[in-house]
Design a protein around this ligand. Structure first.
Ligand code: FAD
Length: 428
């Protein structure tokens, strides 16, 4: 008799891989997650994500986690300030009580637009706590995935272990599901396409709770949630986190076309080769140079807010897969989340699209297991159907994201974004 539950390896314990394992676990289906990081706390997992009622929250509900999510999410984090570069405030939701909206998942009313913010770390902690301890194999990065000859199964090879050494966890697996992010090691099994430079680079810098607490002007400028300032080719985004810290993304559009070269730090700063060997973003002067060069015409308060942030500075070129990218399905292997469709953050939908992937893939697996118990079920067909639905859905989100990039890097971006937020423009 054939086994009813396939052996499932999920690659990557990001929010999407964890979401998939949590829904499967809630439905009595065991999987293993292989994660490159050695623990949940090894790296700053930072940033805040807005989790939408119609997508991310639906996935959480399918894992029985919506009540727990409500406890850690921050509806007040939705409060947005939209400010022009000259300091004119076009919208300040900190000053206006937010509209109550019916919650689509349990009929109750909640504050805001139904997209409460949650810190990435809090979301991951929630999902990790919902899983038995032995599901996540920390410190087991995948170097490659190999087909098992004459079967539809796959074996895993791990980073740092010799391929000649047999690892008891290497498989074979009936399903290898790549939730390993933008630079997925599973993706090359399905497609040669790699993420392209989106044309936008960000200076990413943080401020600790203690520092923000003694800078009331910066704190007020950000508000309870986030503050956005836009102009032609420049977008300043400041966001508060649940632990009282905050982060700035000072973004510039360096290339109009997608897929060009991301400029290096020296070029961006206008430094001559001989001036400096390595650009040191921890040096306040380097950050000042960047802010002066690209945000010199922004109101002083905004520049002060960015320069008050001194921690974890990094220059981040943003990458994306081509819109509408798809692949020929192969039995036993697929992708979800950023591995399948990494996009820029300009519509704030990436993790939500990935959580919907997790939900739809989990539903396919659950249905397959039931069919197997009745002696039916076709795993390869299930994956094809999941992929076709995911391609259609994620393509719309990728197109929305691209249109939001155009809005947010235009001179009248602040006016347009206020229109979008009032429901008059494109929205997901
Ligand atoms: C600045 C910014 C702001 C954003 N804001 C929002 C927002 O407000 N709302 C929203 O919906 N989305 C937002 N996003 C997008 C969101 O962060 C991503 O879509 C989301 O993190 C994707 O989750 P994931 O689990 O697919 O991938 P990831 O979060 O990248 O997780 C992948 C995991 O795989 C692991 N991994 C990688 N390679 C291997 C390997 N070889 N073997 C084993 N493990 C591996 C990694 O360590 C990681 O844990 C934002 C993105 C950025 C950059």
């Amino acid at each position: 008799m054939s086994k009813s539950i396939p052996d499932i390896a999920i690659i990557g314990a990001g929010p999407v891989g964890l979401m998939l394992a949590a829904i499967l676990h809630h439905n009595g289906i065991k999987s293993k997650i292989f994660e490159r990081e050695t623990s949940a706390t090894v790296r700053a997992q930072g940033g805040t994500l807005d989790i939408h009622a119609e997508t991310g929250q639906r996935a959480l509900a399918a894992a029985g986690l919506l009540p727990a999510f409500r406890k850690i999410s921050r509806p007040e984090g939705e409060a947005t300030r939209v400010v022009k570069k000259d300091g004119t405030v076009l919208l300040d939701e900190n000053e206006q009580p937010q509209q109550l909206q019916p919650d689509q998942n349990n009929g109750e009313e909640e504050e805001g637009r139904g997209r409460p913010e949650v810190d990435r770390r809090d979301l991951k902690d929630l999902l990790i706590a919902a899983l038995p301890e032995d599901i996540i194999r920390w410190g087991k990065g995948i170097s490659s995935v190999k087909p098992v000859p004459k079967t539809q199964q796959w074996k895993l090879e791990f980073i740092g272990s010799e391929s000649s050494v047999e690892d008891s966890e290497s498989g074979p697996y009936d399903l290898v599901l790549g939730a390993d992010g933008a630079w997925s090691r599973v993706r090359p099994l399905l497609t040669d396409v790699r993420p392209l430079y989106s044309g936008v680079t960000a200076l990413d810098v943080w401020i600790s709770p203690a520092q923000l607490a003694v800078q009331p002007d910066v704190s007020a400028f950000i508000g309870e949630g986030s503050c956005m300032m836009m102009s032609e080719d420049r977008f300043l985004s400041l966001q508060r986190h649940s632990d009282g810290s905050a982060r700035a993304y000072a973004m510039i559009r360096t290339n109009k076309e997608i897929g060009g070269e991301a400029p290096d730090a020296k070029t961006l700063l206008g430094l001559e080769e001989e001036d400096v060997v390595v650009v040191d973003w921890t040096d306040a002067k380097t950050r000042e140079r960047y802010v002066d060069k690209y945000f010199g015409d922004y109101v002083q308060e905004a520049r002060d807010a960015v320069l008050a942030m001194t921690e974890q500075p990094a220059l981040r070129p943003l990458y994306m897969l081509p819109i509408g990218h798809r692949w020929e399905s192969r039995p036993g292997v697929s992708l979800l989340g950023d591995a399948a469709h990494v996009m820029t953050p300009f519509a704030g939908v990436g993790v939500n699209v990935g959580m919907m992937d997790a939900l739809e893939l989990a539903e396919g697996i659950i249905a397959y297991v039931k069919q197997q118990e009745e002696g039916k079920g076709d795993l390869a067909k299930m994956l094809r159907e999941y992929e076709n639905g995911m391609f259609e859905r994620s393509q719309k989100d990728a197109a929305l994201t691209a249109s939001m990039l155009e809005v947010e890097f235009s001179e009248d971006g602040p006016e347009k974004i206020v229109e979008v937020m009032s429901g008059a423009g494109p929205s997901s």
